[in-house]
Write a protein that binds this ligand. Structure first.
Ligand SMILES: [Zn+2]
Length: 309
């Protein structure tokens, strides 16, 4: 959906984008709005009202463009994280930049400091950006060897392993070996809860590695090549069967949540998991994380048809 004339991002090496690159690309609010317009619509975009290819004129008084044929207004920020915000686009872009260069996540306190906005605004921005990261990351389908493992996050005794402990949130992870991960916050670890997520995200016939949790025992009947490890007997890596990749993702995630955010409520945890999922899934291409997030928004079919956002 990237339109013509959008900002070109170079891929020089595997480093994250530098802050100088960022400031050169987006020196002001106008350059951010132009960028959003270009990647979503662009000149000659077919006007939804007069249905003709149009030349679009910037309306200075608002974040909008006007159709050269019929005067219809197009608001490039509709259905983006920035839509209902009075915070400048450049601060939004900079906040997104911070999310792509962080390893341990970005707290609301940190955004408040770096952007000079109120804590409330910073908190809301963080959550909008995490949701956007989740949308852009999408729902990859996993194949080959897939590790599946759940973990408990939060609560009074962080890090202590056990299932269903009070005050903790359960998150399941499905990781294609050397590939992408998909996380899902789940209410419990019953087979009826976990299985639909697996069927959604893992190709039929894939080799699935799990621990001995009974909820996974139906995987073979569902057409998967299921291999179990037994943590209790210290058979962590028996015959290449393990969930070490998943466990190291959880370890990093939980340390970061503890260190950066102190406490994350169950209601919001999925967004933090998706934030880490996005960075993990783009770990080989750090320079492309920021471009992905500012080049991908919902398509035109998702735009409301009325003139006002
Ligand atoms: Zn028109």
């Amino acid at each position: 959906m990237a339109g013509q004339g959008s900002v070109k991002f170079q891929r020089k090496n595997q480093q994250s984008m530098s802050i100088m690159d960022f400031f050169n690309m987006f020196p002001d609010d106008e350059s951010c709005l132009t960028h959003i317009f270009e990647v979503r619509f662009g000149q000659d975009y077919c006007c939804p009202k007069c249905e003709k290819s149009a030349k679009w004129y910037r309306i200075k008084a608002e974040r909008a463009y006007s159709c050269g044929n019929c005067g219809h207004h197009l608001h490039p920020t509709v259905n983006t994280p920035f839509e209902k915000s009075r915070t400048s686009l450049r601060l939004w872009f900079y906040a997104i930049y911070l999310f792509t260069t962080s390893r341990h996540g970005v707290s609301a306190k940190e955004l408040e400091r770096q952007l000079g906005v109120t804590y409330k605004t910073a908190w809301r921005m963080g959550h909008e950006i995490r949701k956007h990261m989740s949308e852009v990351d999408g729902d990859p389908v996993l194949g080959g060897i897939v590790e599946i493992d759940e973990t408990l996050v939060g609560g009074k005794r962080p890090g202590k392993r056990g299932r269903g402990a009070a005050g903790k949130t359960i998150v399941m992870g499905m990781l294609e070996r050397d590939g992408q991960i998909v996380t899902e916050v789940v209410p419990d670890v019953k087979a009826s809860t976990l299985m639909p997520h697996i069927e959604d995200h893992v190709e039929e016939g894939a080799e699935i590695h799990t621990d001995e949790l009974r909820s996974y025992s139906g995987l073979t009947d569902e057409g998967y090549d299921h291999k179990k490890i037994n943590h209790g007997r210290k058979e962590y890596a028996k015959g290449g069967v393990h969930v070490n990749g998943c466990e190291s993702f959880w370890s990093h995630f939980k340390n970061a949540v503890r260190g950066t955010h102190i406490h994350v409520s169950e209601k919001h945890l999925w967004k933090y998991a998706k934030e880490f999922e996005f960075r993990f899934n783009n770990r080989e291409i750090p320079r492309e994380m920021f471009p992905k997030l500012v080049n991908q928004f919902l398509g035109e079919k998702d735009l409301p048809s009325s003139e006002e956002p």
